[in-house]
Design a protein around this ligand. Structure first.
Ligand code: SF4
Length: 69
């Protein structure tokens, strides 16, 4: 599976947890932005750790939402 994260810009509160967990995937300034790709495990771990629930993860194969689902 290849997973892609998306940031809910209205929900993101710039906590920064995502960039700590997956620094190659997320950068945080005023809000988080996706800057690259990472392993599926990294992307999911960052999404689960986001205190604001602002990271949505989709499966590249079919576009379906994997997290939060
Ligand atoms: S962890 Fe969530 S709230 Fe914090 S910067 Fe990342 S996406 Fe935004």
């Amino acid at each position: 599976m290849t997973l892609t994260p998306h940031i809910d810009e209205l929900a993101c509160a710039a906590h920064g947890d995502c960039a700590l967990i997956a620094p190659d995937v997320f950068a945080v300034d005023d809000i988080a932005v996706v800057i690259g790709r990472g392993s599926d495990e990294q992307v999911l771990a960052a999404a689960r750790a986001c205190p604001a629930g602002a990271i949505i993860v989709t499966d590249d194969a079919n576009g379906e939402e994997v997290y939060p689902g």
